[in-house]
Design a binder for this molecule. Structure first.
Ligand code: DX5
Ligand code: ZN
Length: 216
């Protein structure tokens, strides 16, 4: 298996011992993944600005925000000021995706487009040309700890082809239900980055679990 970039989702961290979990991720992982939920775009609310700020301050590796919210553009400047380096917005939440992606990049951050399981990768043919990454949701967004949806592997492979043709620099990130059991097929299909919440923080040895997902 190739070396995968691993982004633990802090949604599954122990919030009563957050400093410990941030330090663990700093020590082993590649990116810190923050799931921002508004209770409108997804049926759940996660965490707000104070926690994002706390995590960014303690982070020694890049922080990415996955915005599962409507009107994500309202928060770009704020997140940049807190130290977030990459932002993904949902295709389904943006009426002006071209403008939204370009705005994130204009602010000096990496820009990603996230798609729900039901959204076809064919719709990304144009935006991949100027996106830094595409985030394929492999569960319906809103909660950690769900089961990987098998047809998403085909979507990764299809997206890989589309990216090779239109912008080989664009990375593929897969988010939801990633485990040591399915990382092989996800990597083989063409993913570069995986998000993992329960597979990391639910493990007996989270550092070892991260290494296993990285393939090192
Ligand atoms: C789901 C989130 C995911 C999730 C991943 O809405 O976007 O990042 O927290 O958690 P696991 O790895 O437990 O599926
Ligand atoms: Zn996420």
């Amino acid at each position: 298996m190739k070396r995968m970039i691993v982004a633990p989702s802090m949604l599954a961290a122990d919030f009563a011992n957050l400093a410990k979990d941030i330090d663990l991720v700093n020590a082993y992982a590649d990116i810190i993944h923050l799931d921002i939920m508004d209770g409108v775009f997804v049926p759940n609310i996660s965490y707000g600005t104070p926690l994002v700020e706390t995590i960014c301050k303690r982070a020694t590796i890049p922080v990415e925000a996955h915005l599962m919210i409507v009107e994500p553009q309202k928060f770009f400047e704020l997140y940049r000021s807190l130290g977030v380096g990459s932002i993904s917005v949902h295709y389904e939440a943006c009426n002006h995706l071209d403008r939204t992606i370009k705005r994130i990049k204009e602010l000096g951050m990496k820009a990603g487009v996230a798609i729900n399981p039901h959204t076809s990768v064919k719709l990304l043919e144009d935006v991949v040309r100027f996106s830094d990454y595409i985030l394929i949701m492999s569960v319906n967004p809103g909660y950690g700890g769900q089961k990987y949806i098998p047809y998403c592997t085909e979507k990764i492979a299809e997206l890989k082809k589309l990216i090779e043709k239109n912008n080989p620099d664009c990375l593929i990130e897969v988010d939801g239900g990633v485990t040591a059991g399915n990382i092989g097929e996800i990597a083989d299909a063409g993913a570069d980055v995986v998000v993992a919440g329960s597979a990391v923080f639910g493990a007996e040895d989270p550092g070892k679990a991260i290494k296993k997902l990285q393939g090192v």
